[in-house]
Design a protein around this ligand. Structure first.
Ligand code: C2E
Ligand code: CA
Ligand code: CA
Ligand code: CA
Length: 274
């Protein structure tokens, strides 16, 4: 038994080395990804339930790795956070998303909102506000079309600092939404002092909506909380008509999910809007 235990240990140690190596290799590659033009943005439509119209899109980054093919953001975003590369990657995302929004407007399409994910380290960066302003100026995009999606964990680190930064962004006319709402640790008291225009119900609460009384209760509570605090509320990960119908019934304002569209390249958004 002792022998086996030892083997098991070696087995696990080997596995961990493999994943550490893998991680280091990815981090090394990530360093070149921006400069070598390996990042792409896909855009997922956000639908207003009152009008049925696409009123905005969320920019979602993809890494086209020269050997591995497409690497998912759930794999490389955490690595980028850990290594600090998220600041450079996030800046590229912000600039490209603003340029794309402007391209659609220049093509004569009805203007829509552009939502960009901002990760904790990027939000904490003291240069964030300047960088956002620069990305807008460079693209020639009016700030009212830009929304930043931030997560709860980030805001809770230093509430006062987060509020100050959010107020600065608000003064610039940039909308803020809380992503993955309900999965983090926001205190309701803190939520009250944030200049937030929208809460996003995380897809983990949407997935089993048709069968789970708990998830139904959570979705209804988030919708009602949003409205009480004069915010709009969007659900993500809506895949079925049944999920949509529940959310409509509870008074959810907006939705995003495969039922409407998966994230797509910019040309497909153009076709949808035209
Ligand atoms: P998120 O911000 O919560 O984005 C929602 C994720 O759900 C996206 O995964 C989207 O493709 C996926 N999704 C959309 N509709 C459905 C649906 O109906 N069903 C299911 N099962 N999934 C759906 P994606 O694109 O793989 O991104 C994963 C996460 O990576 C994002 O979660 C976000 O946290 C992060 N991420 C993506 N792009 C960026 C970025 O540019 N910057 C930062 N900081 N993070 C990003
Ligand atoms: Ca998001
Ligand atoms: Ca989410
Ligand atoms: Ca997220």
């Amino acid at each position: 038994a002792k022998e086996m235990g030892k083997n098991n240990c070696q087995f696990y140690a080997h596995e961990m080395n493999a994943s550490l190596e893998e991680k280091l290799a990815l981090m090394e590659g990530l360093r070149r990804a921006v400069d070598e033009n390996q990042l792409r943005l896909l855009y997922q439509p956000k639908v207003d339930l009152a009008t049925g119209r696409v009123f905005g899109v969320e920019a979602l980054v993809r890494w086209q790795h020269p050997e591995r093919g497409m690497v998912r953001p759930d794999v490389f975003i955490p690595l980028a956070e850990e290594s600090g590369m998220i600041v450079a990657i996030g800046e590229w995302v912000l600039r490209e998303a603003c340029r794309q929004a402007r391209r659609w407007q220049d093509a004569g399409l009805p203007p829509i909102g552009m939502s960009v994910n901002v990760s904790p380290r990027q939000f904490d960066d003291p240069r964030l506000v300047k960088r956002v302003a620069a990305a807008l100026a460079e693209a020639g995009l009016d700030a009212r079309w830009l929304e930043l999606e931030v997560t709860e964990s980030l805001i809770m680190r230093d509430v006062q600092q987060a509020v100050d930064k959010m107020r600065e962004l608000e003064t610039m006319n940039i909308a803020l939404s809380i992503d993955d709402f309900g999965t983090g640790y926001s205190s309701l008291a803190a939520l009250k002092s944030f200049p937030i225009s929208r809460l996003k119900i995380d897809k983990s609460f949407v997935r089993d909506l048709a069968h789970s009384a708990d998830d139904q209760a959570i979705a209804r509570a988030i919708i009602s909380l949003s409205h009480q605090l004069q915010m709009r509320v969007i659900a993500e990960g809506v895949e079925t008509e049944q999920q949509r119908d529940f959310l409509v019934q509870y008074g959810c304002d907006e939705m995003q999910g495969y039922l409407f569209s998966k994230p797509v390249p910019p040309e497909e958004i153009e076709a949808m809007l035209a």
